[in-house]
Design a protein around this ligand. Structure first.
Ligand SMILES: [Zn+2]
Length: 265
């Protein structure tokens, strides 16, 4: 499921290869999940369009259409975005494909169709109205802000970190990674965390996200001390080699090392 690092990789792809080119043709698959806009309207607004810049907030991607608001993409469970030339790539379940000149294409793929496509007029307003929390890669996400965000929360740290209204962009996989790197038990009570633990957690969030983006959000390219590649039945801890524990926390399948992640404060 695409989380912040994946969406940042998609944003960079669009930014480096999909700007300032005119869209020659728009292909919308019958399975495209459109939000607040009809197929006809979507095709009309994108035909002949040129994209000027990109933004991301949490797991949401926004692409500016010259003088005409922003295209909004959310990747749901299985969304993906590729830019390619003929024959370089064969898209799977393409929901929206944009053709540029010289046989270049940009495709939004989505097998399970939980992704969404739509338009927004103002990105900041959208973020406010959706009640999205701070983006953890924003320069405003400092330790004091993080402490503030946790101050009025209760429950397991895992569910707090997954809550998009607290921090936007972390999901099941990367929250597990952050907790593993901070050596914190996923069921730790947020109200009982020590100041030093919150500082470790804050550092882990930034570190994990930066490293995952540097790795192109590709599990095989992640550092060897990361939990990500070991998320499987009978997976072992990359740190101590013991068997990982698999449990339901915050309603989601959670992996952690019961030896290294004992601390709850
Ligand atoms: Zn371990």
């Amino acid at each position: 499921m695409p989380e912040l690092p994946d969406v940042e990789v998609y944003r960079r792809r669009w930014q480096s290869k999909g700007l300032h080119k005119r869209v020659r043709k728009v292909h919308l698959d019958a399975g495209a999940m459109l939000e607040g806009v009809s197929r006809t309207e979507m095709e009309k607004r994108l035909s002949g369009a040129e994209f000027g810049s990109t933004r991301r907030h949490g797991k949401h991607l926004f692409v500016e259409i010259a003088n005409d608001g922003w295209l909004h993409l959310h990747f749901g469970m299985t969304g993906n975005l590729m830019v390619y030339r003929n024959e370089e790539y064969e898209p799977d379940h393409p929901r929206m494909r944009l053709d540029f000149i010289r046989d270049e294409h940009l495709v939004f793929e989505d097998l399970r169709r939980f992704g969404r496509l739509g338009f927004v007029e103002d990105v900041d307003e959208f973020v406010r109205e959706a009640g999205l929390g701070i983006d953890p890669l924003s320069p405003d996400f400092d330790l004091a802000t993080f402490r503030d965000r946790l101050a009025d929360r209760r429950g397991a740290i895992k569910s707090v970190l997954m809550n998009q209204k607290v921090i936007a962009g972390l999901g099941n996989i990367y929250v597990d990674e952050v907790l593993f790197q901070a050596r914190l038990h996923p069921e730790s009570d947020v109200r009982r965390l020590k100041r030093s633990t919150i500082a470790d957690l804050h550092r882990a969030i930034r570190d994990v996200l930066h490293r995952a983006i540097d790795a192109g959000a590709d599990v095989d390219e992640m550092p060897s001390h990361y939990l990500l590649a070991s998320r499987e039945k009978d997976g072992s801890c990359p740190r101590c080699g013991r068997k990982l524990k698999r449990a339901k926390v915050a309603g989601r399948t959670t992996y952690y090392c019961p030896h290294d992640q004992r601390r709850k404060q």
